[in-house]
Design a protein around this ligand. Sequence first.
Ligand SMILES: Cc1cc2nc3c(=O)[nH]c(=O)nc-3n(C[C@H](O)[C@H](O)[C@H](O)COP(=O)(O)OP(=O)(O)OC[C@H]3O[C@@H](n4cnc5c(N)ncnc54)[C@H](O)[C@@H]3O)c2cc1C
Length: 420
Amino acid sequence: MLPRCFYPAVVFVKSEWDVVVAGGGPAGLFFAIKAAEGGLDVLVLDKKQEIGSPVRCAEGLGVDGVNMLLNAGLPDSDGWKGWPVKGAYLYAPNGRSVRIPGNGYVVERPIMEREMAKAATRKGARVLAAHDVCDVIKEGGRVAGVRARFLGEEREFRAPLVIAADGFESLLARKAGLNTFQPAYHVDSGFEYLMSGLDIDADAIHLFFGRDVAPRGYVWIFPKGDNTANVGIGIDARLDATAKQYLDRWIEKHGKDYGLSNASVLEVRGGGIPVGGFLKKMTADGLIVVGDAAHQVHPLHGGGMFLAMEAAEIAADVALKAFERGDFADSTLSEYNDRWWKLRGRSLETALKLRYAFERLDDEDFNYLVDVLGSEDVLAMAEGDAGAVRSIALRVLKDRPRLAWKFREFIGDVVMGSGG
Ligand SMILES: Cc1cc2nc3c(=O)[nH]c(=O)nc-3n(C[C@H](O)[C@H](O)[C@H](O)COP(=O)(O)OP(=O)(O)OC[C@H]3O[C@@H](n4cnc5c(N)ncnc54)[C@H](O)[C@@H]3O)c2cc1C
């Protein structure tokens, strides 16, 4: 055995980088892949002991997201792609359903994130687990690096550009001086069991709606093959009862229909989901915020992996330009802000208005909508297709005028283009 002094105190790693990324989730790792591909010297720090675990996600990812990862260099393997699904069943409180088409996967997220970390490493980035970023280093008022704790040691990493990809509980952006305040009404509480022994149609995901089922959200069953599935719920975080209580109640009432009553629980997961309040300002001198840290999650369904990677790709492109110019001022980095709001932010604001409408629906409304809306209608609404929404509105509102009031902001935005 070597004497103690021969053991290095920390994993060997240099302290000067082009970019330091705080957070090795989909946002941080996708940024690292793209920025390293462009030639930047990138360090990713994540506080978890293991990249990818524990999981706080239902693992649903559309085919566009999977293709982004394949194009970014992940191997074409079922290991991380997981289980393919074709669309979704939406269930009204009375049990009737509508099936919407689509293609996606219920990915194996721990494997996916490891593959992302390996792809980033192949392109020249360095990823370090067990590094808890605790502060930003500021010089002359601008962000110039981070401080991190690794197994009790404090370390400093300096870089002209820092990426805050530290998820929903992000502290970094706030420490850098950005306003990251998230009102409670824009937060959902998520809870989930990974269950085995189910009896479900594993070709599609299953979403259950209703005021008593999941206020403002839904119960989900995302199949993973082999009679296994993520069974979870997302609800308004301000409610007195917890997400777990709502989910357990639903399983008690309806679980036998899907073989849940006698299923095994292999894992229990939970977490907060930002469903609105997209950050207006996501850059500062030497800093860009991406993913959940910038509240870039779809306010209707709570999916954030694709949006995190999409934003990270824009951020990497802007970072490469900043390095070309040698300019990391907010005025240069704010191109990321402008591009994200143009590409995605505005349509998410419209989706937010649809969320407000869904919050007002009662069970009778859900039953009615599932009966009268076809799968194409549901897709058109989710995509904010103005022409289609106009004709749906005319059809539905003639029958049920009170829905016009419940959908007022959405109709104003999409049909009239008023934004109100
Ligand atoms: C219950 C639940 C179900 C969900 N289901 C889906 C779904 O099916 N599909 C979907 O697309 N999205 C889903 N989401 C949302 C999705 O998980 C997020 O939107 C997505 O993970 C965002 O990626 P990110 O990289 O921005 O953040 P994260 O994935 O949260 O990654 C942030 C990383 O930063 C690290 N970190 C945090 N603080 C520090 C620090 N101080 N120092 C170093 N590292 C730090 C964390 O350890 C983490 O690895 C779900 C969320 C929840 C809670």
